[in-house]
Design a protein around this ligand. Sequence first.
Ligand code: ZN
Length: 338
Amino acid sequence: MSSGTQVKSQVGTEINFERDGIQTGCLSVPYSHDRDAYGYIPVPLMVARNGEGPTVFLSGANHGDEYEGSIAIMHLMRELKLEHLRGRLILIPALNFPAYLNGTRTSPVDGGNLNRLFPGDPNGTPTQMIAHYIETELMPKADYIVDFHAGGTTMDYLPMLFVNRPKDAAASDRTEQLIEAFGAPRVMYMDEIETEVMISSAARKNQTFFATGEFGGKGTVSKEGLAIVERGIRGLLATLGVVPALAPKDRPAPSRRYSFRTENYIFALVPGIFEPTFELGDEVRADDLAGYIHDPYRPWAEPERVLFRANGLAVMKRTLARVDAGTCLGHLAQEENR
Ligand SMILES: [Zn+2]
């Protein structure tokens, strides 16, 4: 082949997305390096199809140290029976597989933060190739995608589903139906958070219904967050008619709704040791104390005081005490009156 840029993905797979049945295998992301000239990085997946119906794409570990989604998807893979399925499921427990194996947010292969690399690059690094494949090959096949996140090693979250605020009545009905089907205790409208480099932007360009969420953190598995994701996936697949047999028995309380603005973040202004004075779930007010930053070089000095900048619910908290100037220490969300 002559030189020149390739626009089609170089990521391959033995899976035939159009075939009925349950298929397991991997995406093969080419990766040529000193220890292996012609090899690839596998990204395991399952594709299950049974006749006509919507395609639902569920993914976890877009960041490698976020686990509730990946575990719930693995449970679903083992439990799924083809005869119960109507339509198609694309299940990828760990989108950034090298990061997942490494237990880190970003890939040890190329430093890639997958959820900051969309729309990706078919000729780029492995993480860029994964982003490009998701946007150009998987998204166009999907009617619905839920990409599950958590706080990772450095943050802890109150479990909450994130959706786009519907733009019209039709979108509103569908969004409400899915929020109710998922049954999360909290829902955040993520309008203020999305940027062009995220998977949510890829979904928007493909006009795929998209939801995400934060379901725990600290680089471990939240029991509560996992239970919400497990129930949410079942509720969603049943309501969409894709796997009616998975319908949960319970009816959870209506989700509380939250919105977001930039003053919700608190940051360290100086380096040091952060001593938080709040817990997840606290209701706080602007100018309330969020914590102290102690100066390790002047331990006798008064610590720097960190104040909240808005009223709201503390939904995210940093897990690590060592901070630098600019480190994000937490954020709030505002409950909406409905
Ligand atoms: Zn994440």
